[in-house]
Design a protein around this ligand. Structure first.
Ligand code: BG6
Length: 537
């Protein structure tokens, strides 16, 4: 319990701490780094950790996990006695894996240039074992290797990271169980990190939950949604609950509507087989967008404690009104991108992407309207949209407020005034913008919208830590606050399943939009018929 309060303190402290102060979660710009053996901070795990990455040669490991470990090392946030065992099907020698890790870190580390001394120290603690994840006997050999590594380093906690395609999560859990690698001996935890998507629907998520909680126990299961570990997403709670000026207006008394956007310019990036089976609803809405929705709408948790916070998240998810088939046709828009232009270059449509069938009906865009049936939010519409190959990369939550009850200055003076709003800019240009009306400096009375603008880079002079740094650090510390609980993942699927079921009947239209555009017209109509509009990308 004590430990779980730490991330709240960390965020609050980070917001007031000058750049480069001890305990920072990221380096100040131009700040000399603290080394692996540098000062211990309160967020440095003190107990040794042996991390096993399943799928260690894959994309997630190379782009995110290995660079994040380097940055944790650089910031003095790896425990003494840290070791990593990469496991994947490739027959690599340990040095070949170290070389792959070094290349990945040099290419994708957020802090550049990479400091060779720190990198070398980290590589010295990297090991590799070829492993067919479907082969139960292989896990016996893995166990012996882990015992050996335990002897070389200090015995510590073991973290198993499933950085693999989702269809093999259950097999990994079963094989770990069969080899006796999941049981936590006294004082040493065996924790498992599972990437999203957790299941493909409610039924499969339930089955996976049953298996993994039986084998590891819920307290050792860390279900990942990397959005929860983004600095700006964590700041939503700080904005709401570490300040007194926002929460009083955070309800249907003052809020007119909430718009949540996660727009990408990227396409499917060679993930045809995964994406074709998944689509934007499962890939983004079930997790990232619903998580943003819960953070914006939950009631104040009593403390920043993993149980208290996740209890509130589940409550609000359960208050989201389920959609009937008629609602789905009216309130949910699905679409697929056609050929278009991105960054000035022509790009193919989704159906022309390698590996995608020419008659695919998988959606690459979803927009929907949700309602929350509780005291605070009754009557407030929540509009969510996400898509690939859109005009701009932009993720934000925009809270639009109602107009003042009476126009003291008359209609004409306020003609060009936009609604008051608070926009939490998640990425890029991380920050928060408060939009309000101001008198234009001109004769007569003209009121115009102006912005008060908080920008992370400008205010803190440091680059934000990558979400995966937070996730790995939290898991090493044994803090599940930024991870998804079993009931939470199921509550989210309960909202998604009826939409997938309706779409599977083929009776709902699939719209299209050109790559590089604002999305389908139908998404504009969804808001337009209620007199509202999306913020242009
Ligand atoms: C992942 C999705 O979870 O999130 C990807 O599977 C998506 O399709 C990615 O591109 C977006 O994450 P971020 O951090 O780049 O916004």
């Amino acid at each position: 319990m004590e430990r779980s309060a730490e991330p709240a303190a960390r965020v609050a402290e980070a917001l007031t701490r000058p750049a480069g102060a001890p305990g920072s979660t990221g380096p100040a710009l131009n700040e000399p780094s603290r080394s692996v053996v540098g000062a211990r901070t309160r967020y440095q795990p003190t107990e040794p950790v042996l991390l096993v990455i399943f799928g260690a040669t894959g994309d997630l490991s190379r782009r995110k996990l290995l660079p994040s470990l380097y940055n944790l090392a650089r910031d003095g946030l790896l425990p003494d006695g840290f070791a990593l065992l990469g496991a994947a099907k490739e027959e690599l020698k340990p040095d070949e894996f170290r070389e792959l890790a070094a290349q990945s870190i040099r290419r994708w580390s957020r802090s550049q240039p990479v400091e060779e001394e720190i990198l070398r120290a980290l590589l010295g603690n990297l090991h590799y074992q070829p492993l067919d994840l479907r082969d139960e006997a292989g896990f016996g050999r893995l166990g012996r290797r882990l015992d050996e590594l335990d002897k070389r380093t200090d015995k510590g906690h073991r973290l198993y990271y499933c950085a693999t395609p989702p269809d093999i999560f259950a097999t990994i859990v079963r094989n770990l169980d069969a080899a006796g690698l999941a049981r936590s001996p006294p004082g040493h935890q065996r924790r498992i990190l599972i990437e999203k998507p957790f299941g493909t629907d409610l039924q499969s998520a339930r089955e996976l939950n049953q298996l993994v909680t039986k084998v590891f126990g819920e307290q050792n299961v860390y279900r990942i949604d990397h959005y929860l570990a983004k600095e700006t997403v964590q700041n939503i709670l700080v904005l709401r609950f570490a300040n007194s000026i926002f929460e009083p207006v955070w309800s249907n008394h003052y809020v007119d509507n909430v718009l949540i956007t996660v727009a990408e310019q990227l396409g499917i990036e060679g993930r045809a087989s995964y994406y074709e089976r998944t689509g934007a609803l499962r890939d983004m809405v079930q997790n990232h967008l619903l998580q943003l929705l819960t953070l914006v709408t939950l009631e104040a948790p009593v403390s920043y404690d993993h149980q208290a916070l996740r209890d509130e998240k589940v409550k609000v998810l359960r208050a989201v009104r389920p959609l009937s088939p008629e609602d789905i046709d009216r309130l949910v828009v699905r679409a697929q991108y056609g050929a278009g232009v991105i960054w000035g270059q022509p790009v193919p449509g989704y159906r022309e992407e390698p590996g995608i069938p020419p008659n695919s009906t998988t959606e690459t865009y979803v927009a929907l309207k949700l309602s929350i049936d509780n005291w605070r939010w009754a009557g407030v519409p929540f509009y969510l949209r996400t898509g690939k190959r859109l005009a701009r990369r932009s993720s934000e939550v925009r809270i639009e407020f109602k107009p003042p009850p009476h126009l003291t200055f008359g209609r004409e003076a306020a003609a060009g005034l936009e609604p008051n709003s608070i926009t939490v800019k998640i990425q890029p240009d991380e920050g928060i913008v408060l939009r309000f009306g101001a008198r234009a400096p001109a004769p007569g009375m003209e009121i115009r919208s102006v912005d008060m603008d908080f920008n992370y880079g400008r205010s803190f002079q440091r680059s934000a830590a990558d979400a995966y740094e937070h996730l790995l650090n939290d898991c090493m510390l044994g803090d599940p606050t930024s991870f998804i609980r079993s009931d939470e993942v199921e509550a989210a699927w309960m909202l998604i399943d009826p939409i997938e079921a309706r779409w599977a009947t083929g009776r709902s239209p699939l719209f299209s939009y050109p790559a590089g555009s604002q999305g389908p017209d139908a998404a504009d109509e969804l808001l337009g018929r209620e007199g509202r509009s999306w913020h242009p990308l």
